[in-house]
Design a protein around this ligand. Structure first.
Ligand SMILES: Nc1ncnc2c1ncn2[C@@H]1O[C@H](COP(=O)(O)OP(=O)(O)OP(=O)(O)O)[C@@H](O)[C@H]1O
Ligand SMILES: C[C@H](N)[C@@H](CCCCCC(=O)O)NC(=O)O
Ligand SMILES: [Mg+2]
Length: 396
């Protein structure tokens, strides 16, 4: 029986900080151009209607690549609405998530960015530490054939959720090369399609470095459109929950879970690039680990090769297990000259103390492109070095 994780995020985000970032309780309800109103409109009337088109036109933010983000910096990638099917509800087994995991649905009209603000209760009373979804509760998804049962009857979907011991450890680079490697393996074995998905990305601005969604497409070389690889995009390079708070928006984990399951159904392997580590908050009560659990995906942990990584990796593994997740492997990424010995020792300790295999040891490969140009050379070099050291057989 899996246990729930400790309420870590409740301590990280003190009430004072949370309140400071929220709009005042009597703030006017946003009208058009707000994330929530746009989301509601699109949800209620469908993408094809003239009104929805009008909303899209008014809310451009990132016009070069994604013609549907708002000037305020949001937001929900409506293109991916098409992935939000009713498959989960149709399973006939009721609500796919525990009731407290499902965000309240909008009833009518515009709504504020955060349901807690619309409530008559003070915000503090609605703010609770997160509780990870117990793994058992996602078993209903198996009815949709999205879930494969591995040896020992363990529930595991056909894909992998990439996480890391810290921001910046190379999750997106590993996700993209892994997607390419999985596609190659499928091609060699009768075909099939690998999907990549970045559910929430932060730090997406015109002037910023490439967003992760672009890195996933360019780094994997898969024939997919960037606009179809992500769901939420926020301008500030911070934790997703905070990025949403800063612009008065909120992330719906139930919609993400639904979309993820539809994406799983639409491909043979899905590589999901999380944001930050497993404990990074997504909503008031949910963290990245909850999304991985809702998707029944095993997690692959990207970690640094050098000093500090044993502690960080063991913490991440423990947290994953506490949230009911299965850590399927660790990739030590970016070892430099002279670091091979300590990396080997660290790999040995991680395997011994965490009981998780280190399935990849990737070198630091200088010259990663910073813009959209010249990815093919890098991709080939990166694929060469990683194909030698990534053990794909450990992945479902
Ligand atoms: N093995 C590597 N060799 C060379 N450069 C790398 C390697 N791994 C990552 N990088 C570089 O390090 C930076 C961070 O990598 P990446 O974006 O994949 O990290 P991340 O963990 O996804 O970060 P974030 O938390 O910001 O999403 C990037 O500039 C990338 O080009
Ligand atoms: C800004 C980063 N790049 C990332 C979010 C990092 C969350 C960090 C969590 C923390 O501070 O503990 N965003 C993203 O992957 O889209
Ligand atoms: Mg990343």
């Amino acid at each position: 029986m899996m246990t729930n994780a400790a309420p870590v995020s409740g301590r990280i985000w003190s009430k004072r900080r949370c309140n400071a970032s929220r709009p005042p309780a009597d703030a006017p309800i946003p009208t058009t151009n707000s994330a929530s109103s746009m989301e509601l409109l699109l949800f209620g009337i469908g993408l094809g209607s003239p009104l929805a088109y009008e909303v899209n036109r008014q809310t451009q933010f990132y016009p070069k690549k994604v013609p549907h983000e708002s000037k305020k910096g949001i937001y929900r990638n409506e293109i991916n609405r098409r992935f939000s099917t009713t498959a989960v509800e149709d399973s006939g087994r009721g609500d796919p998530l525990p009731s407290d995991a499902v965000e309240p649905a909008p009833s009518s009209g515009f709504r504020r960015a955060d349901a807690a603000q619309a409530s008559s209760e003070p915000v503090e009373k609605n703010f609770r530490p997160f509780r990870a979804i117990p793994f058992e509760s996602v078993s209903c998804y198996s009815e949709n054939n999205y879930v494969s049962t591995k040896e020992g009857g363990e529930l595991m979907n056909h894909g992998v959720f990439i996480t890391g011991t810290d921001a910046g450890v190379g999750m997106t680079h590993v996700a993209s090369v892994l997607a390419a490697a999985l596609q190659r393996r499928l091609d060699e074995n009768g075909g099939g399609r690998v999907g990549v998905w970045k559910p929430v990305q932060t730090g997406v601005r015109d002037e910023a470095p490439l967003p992760d969604s672009a890195k996933l497409v360019l780094g994997s070389g898969l024939p997919i459109r960037e606009s179809e690889t992500f769901s939420y995009a926020f301008p500030d390079r911070v934790v997703p929950w905070m990025a949403a708070q800063r612009i008065g928006a909120r992330i719906s984990i139930s919609q993400l879970a639904e979309e993820g399951l539809s994406r799983l159904a639409a491909c043979d392997r899905l590589v999901v690039d999380g944001a930050g580590g497993l404990a990074a908050p997504l909503t008031d009560r949910r963290v990245v680990a909850d999304l991985a659990a809702a998707l029944a995906l095993p997690v692959l942990i990207v970690a640094r090769p050098g000093i500090g990584t044993v502690n960080h990796t063991l913490l991440t593994v423990a947290y994953a297990r506490g949230a009911g997740l299965r850590p399927i492997g660790v990739v030590l990424n970016g070892y430099r000259d002279g670091q091979a010995d300590i990396m080997e020792e660290n790999a040995m300790m991680i395997e011994r103390f965490a009981d998780v295999p280190v399935i990849g040891k990737l070198p630091w490969l200088p010259g990663a492109p910073a813009s959209g140009d010249d990815w093919s050379t890098w991709r080939e070099r990166w694929a060469d070095v990683s194909s030698a050291s990534l053990d794909l057989d450990k992945l479902p």
